[in-house]
Design a protein around this ligand. Sequence first.
Ligand code: DAH
Length: 345
Amino acid sequence: MASSSTPEHQQLAQAVNDGASAINAASTTEELRTVVSALTGKKGAISTIKSSLGKVSDVEMRKELGQLVNEALTSLQAIADSRSQQLRVGEFASVIESDRVDITEVAMSARATQRRGRLHLVTQATERLEDVFIGLGFQIAEGPEVETDFYNFEALNMPPSHPARSMWDTLFVESDEPGSVVLRTHTSPVQIRVMQDWPPPIYAIMPGRVFRKETPDATHMPVFHQIEGLVIDRGITFADLAGTIESFTKAFFGEGFTSRLRPSYFPFTEPSAEFDIRRPDGSWIELGGCGMVHPHVLRAGGLDPAEWSGFAFGFGIDRMAKERHGVNDLRDMYSDDVRFTEQFS
Ligand code: DAH
């Protein structure tokens, strides 16, 4: 092949050189496509050289230049293919990077931590109460929320039409025998179930939800929570009751708190009392009721009052949570608004 260097040879060499630089300078697949079609298209440098070959008079020379034009096109295409390959690898890597999901990121971010759920104030209070009583040697029992009249009233020394029944505004459940099924008005019926089911001695607490026909206001809810306590053993006295209330007070509220009992009336205990807690500043919190388990109640629970004696107590959990966290309105505690619950850790 002739190695002569005509102006056409030089132009071709230049066109391939410039073409290669333009191809390698393309930074996206899209840009590369535009560059390649400009180089190899009808108006590209190479086509221009090709169409000028008609003017070359030497036939051999024309043939050689024609072949060189084809080679130039082939080599530019090869350079374009390899650049295209490089660009695609890079672009794929950046798509992968931008689509990457870091599944640890969500859980670790500060926002996710702030949004983590919390236990309800009443649940927190119930768990603390359980911890304290477990520490004092008590076991936990639960009973049904839908109760029979027998457990909610009769076994607790309130026969039908006993006036003390009016101490609880009762919600009744429709049943074959009207009035025989209620939403429990207190956790005291669980005392009877525990006496029937567990062999004495018994040291039990019974937390749970209770229901009363109340219009909600800042200090009352138709659904709230109580915790019941029951101790049955041989030779249990009122002093054991007072001592237990005092130990509980110090364990739950702190060493600076004390308790007092005031005479009161409940049908299921005799004698009965209400107990208050004295804050370190001298003010009092009225907490709940207590007393020595009435012999009729022991018998309803299947126990012989000549052999066993005991005490019981019961108080509201919601009011304690309200007190502890300085909540003004009980209804806020049940608003299910995270902006409320998030205020308390
Ligand atoms: N059950 C009572 C109430 O709901 C509270 C109570 C008082 C429970 C005295 C007791 C008790 O166990 O001995 O008002």
